[in-house]
Design a protein around this ligand. Structure first.
Ligand code: UDP
Length: 330
């Protein structure tokens, strides 16, 4: 335990990207848990209607002075930093946008935190920091090996955070998400990307519209030939952030954790689950492989489970699909 455990002055958390998918779900859970929340979002990809207007401050991450103003006006104990672009394909066309928004934006945020004395942050990282890992399930000791600019933009922030701890005592928990999916069980928040690139919302759209979804590749070295991923319910993911905050509040050290279930489902199994849950046909066609897709990505999340006492409770595939379907039909 370090001597800079919080004396929780306000129990107020600044959430960047709180108008986005995981940010809006986590904000709801923070409020449910009794935290006060201020959201910073530039609304470039998030949705205004996802945030209580009284909590929203429309500020760009690169506007360090604007962030300092928000932090001075709303003294906070910690930051949860979601705001980022997430489209892997886009990051390989315009990497400059990803390094500017994700990496330089994070540096601006950390600078504002230093200026205002906030010394705790939970950072949205990603399994993309591992690239095509040699060992699955993937543990946190697997080396950094991103294969796209998105993953690299997150690696760079993780590395900055290491130096900011050593030099400034700014403590961080990096949560490396696997495949976030599902929606708030009370249907208050869910996934709404524009354009949508994620598998489950696209399959649900096929079930709704009858227009086929394209499944990327059926010749992978997996039992049914389609890729296997570790789908984690967004509510479980949100709870991981609260566990991370609590660990920082107790004076815990800076840490990096995988957030996944340890269980993988193939793309074909997801299609089957959607058929079962919705009772509808899911038209699909097989297309070529998507560049950069590893056949198998499954998390070893024992570190998070053992050290922070977190465990997935909503990440059964059926529950993920049920909540996502409820959200899609809201
Ligand atoms: N996928 C697919 N068709 C789509 C979108 C995704 O077959 O239209 C596959 C993709 O190749 C991967 C899995 O679904 O194997 C999950 O992809 P997603 O983009 O949802 O998440 P990622 O694993 O890229 O983070």
């Amino acid at each position: 335990m370090r001597d800079n455990a919080w004396v929780a002055t306000s129990k107020r958390i600044l959430v960047t990207g709180g108008a986005g998918y995981i940010g809006s779900n986590t904000t709801l859970q923070l409020l449910d848990a009794g935290y006060d929340v201020v959201v910073v979002d530039n609304l470039s990809r998030g949705h205004r209607e996802s945030v209580d207007p009284a909590r929203l401050r429309v500020v760009d991450l690169l506007d360090t002075d604007g962030l300092v103003r928000v932090m001075n006006e709303n003294p906070c104990d910690a930051v949860i930093h979601f705001a980022a672009y997430i489209a892997v394909g886009e990051s390989m066309k315009v990497p400059e946008v990803y390094f500017r928004n994700n990496t330089a934006g994070s540096l601006s945020l950390l600078t504002a935190m230093l200026k205002t004395g906030i010394r705790n942050i939970v950072f949205s990282s990603t399994a993309a920091v591992y690239g095509m890992p040699a060992h699955v399930p993937i543990s946190e000791s697997e080396p950094y090996a991103p294969v796209n600019a998105y993953g690299e933009s997150k690696v760079m922030v993780e590395k900055m955070l290491d130096w900011f701890d050593i030099i400034h005592g700014l403590r961080s928990v990096c949560l490396r998400y696997f495949n976030a999916a599902g929606a708030d069980p009370d249907c208050r928040a869910g996934e709404n990307h524009e354009p949508e690139t994620h598998l489950i919302p696209l399959i649900l759209k096929a079930a709704q519209t009858g227009n086929p979804v394209t499944l990327f590749g059926n010749d992978y070295p997996t039992p049914d030939g389609t890729c296997i991923r570790d789908y984690i319910h967004v509510s479980d993911l949100a709870r991981a952030h609260i566990s991370a905050l609590e660990s920082l509040a107790k004076g815990g050290e800076s840490k990096k954790y995988n957030v996944g279930t340890g269980h993988g489902y193939s793309v074909q199994e997801v299609v089957n689950a959607v058929r079962e849950v919705t009772g509808r046909d899911v038209p699909f066609v097989f297309g070529p492989r998507r560049e950069g897709d590893p056949p198998l990505l499954v998390a070893d999340s024992t570190r998070l489970q053992h050290e922070l006492g977190w465990k997935p409770v909503d990440s059964d595939l059926k529950r993920i699909v049920e909540t996502a379907w409820q959200w899609a039909n809201r």
